[in-house]
Design a binder for this molecule. Structure first.
Ligand code: AOY
Length: 456
């Protein structure tokens, strides 16, 4: 193992064990979204952190020594580190963490301001351990925020598809182009997996291996097709643009093929190359050609391309009265795409009598990177403690920001007429938080199929 749990925290937390009140024997904290872009969130990714970083014998003498050496230089003080507290866990629990973590089922859609996860120490001597893990556990914000964004884009796309066409294509309406734009391969795995809860199209291959490994899945749950990039088109030279496109039709005689067509002049490419020179070959081909513009103002370009392609290849009018291009031709917009761009494009298409069936979207940085912990205001706070066995509610309520109020006491996620609500643990009724981790062991494992089911 290359990582060291003692080092997977913020420096200041190393000093916190001395700061709790005397005889403190329990610290209980919870995780919530306090609001942000959307008013409900999709909880996802905890199982990865539990499996990768928290399960089993995560403390060893070597890790304690490594941390001790780093801390004494980092703080310029060899005494801040609570070495004996870690050696206590190493000896008493064979290096396994005496904690209980409860969480809502992964994939669940929960309104903001509800408890999503709780964590508490199981050994009274380890009161300091609960919040030592805050830093790592709060990183669940990332896969949860990607899953939330992808979920809400699907909801929005659903409305446009229902109003202007069909729902058959919805699973592939938003393709993940984000691998190159994320901060790390680990982020690509987590974020790419989060997107695949809601959709089935991805180019982020890392997500497929991530899901198989961490979500107990043998299947491949995301799909893609043959597609060009600019190098494979422009390497033919500007005078051979038609040959480059013709080669695509010939190399991939069946199924969907996507061709990026803006290398020189997207309008010329659609009107004269696809729409005239290669038209018969496109129509004779056994599959769908997807034309991908990749520059310019997306709204302006798409509306113009729809008109050009409608003129050249023809269209039909569907039951709802919207125009649908010839079935052999579609558009893929993957440049400048975020939630509002998709909404604006589908809105403008509807206003111009074009069905949402004509288009699919690719989203890269907008899907996997253009978000942060504040996008959904994820926070982790202590709500309960025990001092010498006496329970007390713990909270913050700053006059300077009522948005930063925290909950009090031990919490339960209840559900009344399909509405989640956070109540005191002592309130009678079912708790939708279930124990997922206890004393070093994973207690509940979700498959990816189950995660997808839990969204619905
Ligand atoms: N992929 C559908 C399949 C994927 C891509 C990936 C950055 C695809 C393009 C396409 O058709 O055009 C990363 C940009 C594009």
């Amino acid at each position: 193992m290359t990582h060291n749990i003692l080092l997977m925290t913020d420096s200041y937390k190393v000093s916190h064990y001395k700061q709790y009140p005397p005889k403190c024997n329990k610290i209980y904290s919870y995780f919530e979204s306090r609001g942000g872009q959307f008013d409900n969130v999709c909880f996802f990714g905890l199982q990865y952190f539990l499996k990768q970083y928290l399960s089993g014998k995560v403390i060893t003498q070597e890790k304690i020594e490594q941390a001790a050496t780093i801390f004494s230089q980092h703080f310029g003080n060899g005494n801040l580190f609570n070495r004996s507290a870690w050696e206590y866990i190493l000896q008493k629990y064979d290096g396994q963490l005496p904690l209980r973590i409860k969480a809502v089922a992964e994939g669940s859609i929960v309104p903001i301001s509800n408890v999503l996860m709780t964590i508490e120490n199981l050994d009274p001597k380890c009161y300091w351990l609960t919040n030592y893990l805050e830093t790592l556990l709060v990183q669940v914000w990332y896969p949860s925020t990607v899953a939330t964004l992808s979920y809400h884009i699907r909801q929005m796309m659903h409305q446009f598809c229902k109003a202007t066409g069909g729902l058959e294509g919805l699973d592939f309406k938003l393709h993940d182009f984000g691998f190159r734009g994320v901060s790390s391969v680990e982020s690509a795995g987590m974020g790419g997996a989060a997107h695949l809860i809601n959709f089935k199209g991805t180019d982020t291959l890392q997500a497929l291996a991530f899901i198989q490994k961490y979500y107990n899945t043998s299947e491949v749950v995301g799909f893609s097709v043959a597609a060009s990039e600019h190098s494979t088109m422009t390497s033919w030279g500007k005078t051979n643009e038609t040959k480059a496109y013709q080669n695509m039709l010939e190399q991939y005689p069946q199924g969907i093929v996507s061709v990026v067509s803006d290398s020189y002049d997207i309008y010329h490419a659609c009107e004269h190359i696809w729409g005239e020179q290669l038209k018969e070959q496109v129509l004779a081909r056994d599959g769908q050609l997807v034309i991908r513009p990749d520059s310019g103002d997306p709204l302006e370009v798409i509306l113009k391309l729809l008109d050009i392609l409608g003129d050249k290849f023809g269209y039909t009018t569907n039951a709802q009265g919207y125009k649908v291009l010839h079935p052999k031709v579609r558009i893929l917009q993957g440049d400048g795409v975020d939630y509002h761009a998709i909404q604006n494009i589908l809105q403008a298409m509807q206003e111009n009598q074009w069905s949402a069936d004509n288009i699919v979207f690719g989203m890269g940085g907008g899907l996997l990177q253009k978000l942060n912990r504040d996008t959904q205001k994820f926070a982790f706070k202590c709500s309960y403690a025990e001092i010498d066995g006496q329970g007390r509610n713990v909270f913050k309520d700053p006059i300077t920001d009522k948005g930063k109020q925290s909950k009090k006491g031990q919490l339960k996620l209840s559900r009344n007429n399909a509405q989640y609500q956070t109540v005191s643990l002592s309130t009678p009724g079912e708790d939708h938080l279930q124990t997922v981790f206890e004393l070093g062991k994973l207690q509940k494992e979700w498959t990816f199929e189950e995660v997808r089911q839990n969204v619905l």
